[in-house]
Design a protein around this ligand. Structure first.
Ligand SMILES: Cc1cc2nc3c(=O)[nH]c(=O)nc-3n(C[C@H](O)[C@H](O)[C@H](O)COP(=O)(O)OP(=O)(O)OC[C@H]3O[C@@H](n4cnc5c(N)ncnc54)[C@H](O)[C@@H]3O)c2cc1C
Length: 390
């Protein structure tokens, strides 16, 4: 049927045999190691530690990273990454990818901007799933407005002394390092640096934030820095150039989130259609009532449009000519599609949809974190308007 997760995907002329093979490998991996357990992990509030080395062995953690650090980059393009994000979304437990894949927002600054000695020490064990890394930008007093962060790093000889705190940090409770935005200079964006802080350093403490609407199995924490001594060698990029390092990361994060959100919408479509075909009301299948048929058609229309936009932007990223405003708008398109489809699927499933345990019920609770994290819808529109020169 054209409305299940796989068949609801529009043709993509950029995909070849090797992409389909990658999808099959991932499908087998997730179907055997993740899907049967993911709902229980979410209820339990954590995923097992041995999933990281397993994902490392599969090349999931290293996808797109340099081979010299244990990554897999030969022949890898944006479509391989999109396929991974789609297959992670198909699991229907967003907390799994949020925490398992958080290195994809924390590690690229290290790979692209840290000195060689740091890269050689940090990147291989993270890609192998032996060590973990998180990204610390948000603070209690500064979220969307990154330029207002106040966590300070004062130079003292060969070290910085760091004081302050970060909050809502994914993966922080179990991270060995945190790629952290700190203030080394004056006010605003020009006074920010990015510093790799080991969580084993004296003065680092962490508190879990485990009362969340969704992403229950993803570790989220507040991190406190109390006179933490960090070598100057741990600077990622030049001093006071950290804002650029952080911004360079955002487009990739938004593309990855977009591919995942479109796929979450497709999961909602698949589940709603299956239910509407089985459930009988007023003497006929739900799927035979015109109002329900229109809901499903609308979901597919939104998904079609969103997929097409994902395809165009992915192709542009692959060719190195993606526009940051268009990527920002893609993220909004995708979160709104996910929100619409989660809402309609929940409605079609009636009381059944409200019961815990289904993918749709969980995805419904995970909409907002997607619409807010990685740049909220409001901030994305504002960024796009600026990029378009309004
Ligand atoms: C589960 C979870 C995991 C997260 N993981 C991480 C992580 O790993 N690392 C990290 O650094 N951060 C992380 N975050 C933080 C996330 O990036 C921030 O929540 C996000 O940037 C928004 O910041 P804020 O929550 O402070 O909201 P605020 O910036 O206070 O904004 C509140 C609301 O006002 C809107 N708003 C703000 N400014 C404007 C404006 N100028 N015009 C119009 N509307 C505006 C926003 O869109 C939002 O809707 C995570 C958050 C969550 C919930």
């Amino acid at each position: 049927m054209a409305l299940d997760f796989d068949l609801a995907r529009l043709p993509n002329p950029h995909l070849g045999h090797e992409h389909e093979e990658w999808r099959n490998q991932l499908r087998r991996f997730f179907d055997s190691h993740v899907c049967p357990y993911a709902a229980q992990w979410d209820e339990a509030g954590r995923i097992p530690d041995d999933l990281w080395p397993l994902a490392g062995d599969m090349g999931i953690l290293g996808l797109g990273y340099p081979e010299e650090y244990g990554g897999v980059s030969e022949g890898v393009d944006i479509w391989h990454k999109n396929i991974l994000n789609e297959e992670l979304a198909r699991v229907g437990v967003g907390g799994v990818s949020a925490t398992l894949m958080v290195h994809n927002i924390a590690l690229p600054p290290v790979v692209n901007f840290a000195r060689a000695s740091i890269r050689e020490r940090i990147v291989p064990p993270v890609l192998a799933g032996q060590k973990r890394i998180a990204l610390g930008i948000t603070e209690p007093g500064a979220g969307s407005d990154v330029a207002q962060i106040t966590t300070g790093a004062k130079r003292q000889g060969d070290h910085y002394i760091v004081n302050g705190s970060k909050t809502y940090i994914t993966g922080a409770m179990n991270a060995n390092w945190i790629t952290t935005a700190v203030r080394t200079g004056g006010e605003g964006a020009g006074g920010i640096s990015t510093l790799l802080i080991p969580t084993s350093a004296n003065g680092v403490t962490r508190t879990p934030l485990d009362k969340k609407q969704g992403w229950w199995c993803s570790d989220t924490a507040t991190v406190y820095f109390d006179n933490v001594k960090v070598p100057v060698a741990n600077l990622i990029g030049a001093e006071n150039q950290g804002f650029k390092v952080i911004m360079a990361n955002f487009n990739d994060e938004r593309m990855a989130m977009s591919a995942a959100m479109e796929a979450f919408a497709r999961v909602c479509l698949e589940e709603a259609v299956e239910w509407a075909r089985e459930r009988q009301t007023f003497g006929q299948r739900l799927a035979d009532h015109q109002v329900i048929r229109h809901k499903i058609a609308e979901m597919k229309r939104m998904i079609n449009a969103t997929q097409s936009y994902v395809q165009v932007m992915s192709n542009n990223v692959q060719n190195g000519n993606a526009h940051a405003g268009d990527i920002a708008m893609l993220k909004v398109q995708c979160s709104q599609t996910m929100e619409f489809c989660a809402r309609e699927a929940m409605q079609i499933m009636g009381g059944m949809g409200y019961m815990r345990g289904s993918r749709v019920e969980r995805i419904y609770r995970e909409v907002r974190v997607n619409a807010i994290g990685g740049g909220s819808e409001e901030i994305m529109r504002d960024l796009a308007a600026r990029q378009y020169g309004l």
